[in-house]
Design a protein around this ligand. Structure first.
Ligand SMILES: Nc1ncnc2c1ncn2[C@@H]1O[C@H](COP(=O)(O)OP(=O)(O)O)[C@@H](O)[C@H]1O
Ligand SMILES: O=c1ccn([C@@H]2O[C@H](COP(=O)(O)O)[C@@H](O)[C@H]2O)c(=O)[nH]1
Length: 203
């Protein structure tokens, strides 16, 4: 079985997961997905307060070697036990998740095109492009409702690490994309083109 690797990058809150979900729904049973976020380094040695001050928007925050190794396993047709990240505690959880290989491997994350070894394994590179003001509004809502954060902590993190790292690493990585998609999973024209391309691969 040959594997088509589709990468979905873009800033925080841009709509990556929405696009990823739209692709999974269109190809039931034919996709496996890995999220770069699940490969954030473990920091058991720090307290929650210390972990909340770390920079989670730089390539060094991730165990990229493990991600590359596990991507290669999936591409070779073998299952993996993927780490599972818990944003509410800013740490990797004790769980792992079994992921089986499939004809289409979707890889999602803000920095996947900023890491050459990950980028080199991706056949179709998609960058979801959304204005920064829209993204921060979405992020505030999500981090407060789903990730147990205060408005003040979201503001502080955004200004100290998220925004500068976006400008340093995420935005420049757009240049490595094959397709830049405004509106992500809601862009029906782009979605249709992608579906045709993937259909061709699966035929
Ligand atoms: N094109 C869009 N139009 C309006 N809302 C969107 C669009 N794409 C995503 N959203 C919403 O924005 C929020 C963040 O989207 P998500 O896909 O989780 O972003 P990311 O994975 O890049 O952080 C979600 O609530 C989602 O429903
Ligand atoms: O412990 C953590 C780990 C990550 N983050 C933030 O998550 C986003 C990436 O997730 P998206 O779904 O793409 O928004 C990244 O900007 C990190 O800052 C975190 O806050 N805490």
């Amino acid at each position: 079985m040959s594997t088509l690797v589709v990468g979905v990058a873009g800033g925080t809150g841009s709509g990556k997961t929405t696009l990823t979900r739209a692709l999974i729904e269109r190809f039931p049973g034919k996709t496996s997905v890995i999220f770069h976020d699940n490969y954030y380094k473990r920091h058991d040695e720090l307290t929650y307060a210390e972990r909340s001050k770390l920079n989670y928007d730089s390539p060094e925050a991730f165990d990229n070697a493990l991600m590359v190794e596990q991507m290669k396993h999936l591409i070779a047709g073998n299952p993996i036990d993927c780490p599972v990240y818990d944003y509410t505690i800013h740490n990797r959880s004790e769980e792992t998740q079994r992921i089986d290989p499939a004809p289409v491997l979707i890889v999602e994350g803000i920095l996947i095109f900023a890491e050459p070894e990950i980028c080199d394994l991706i056949d179709i590179k998609l960058y979801v492009d959304t204005d920064a003001d829209v993204r921060i509004l979405r992020r505030i809502k999500r981090d407060v409702v789903e990730r147990g954060r205060t408005l003040e902590s979201v503001e502080k993190q955004y200004l100290t690490t998220v925004k500068p790292m976006h400008e340093l690493y995420v935005e420049p990585s757009k240049g490595r994309a094959d397709l830049i998609i405004p509106e992500g999973g809601h862009n029906l024209v782009a979605l249709d083109m992608l579906i045709h391309r993937i259909d061709r691969q699966l035929a």
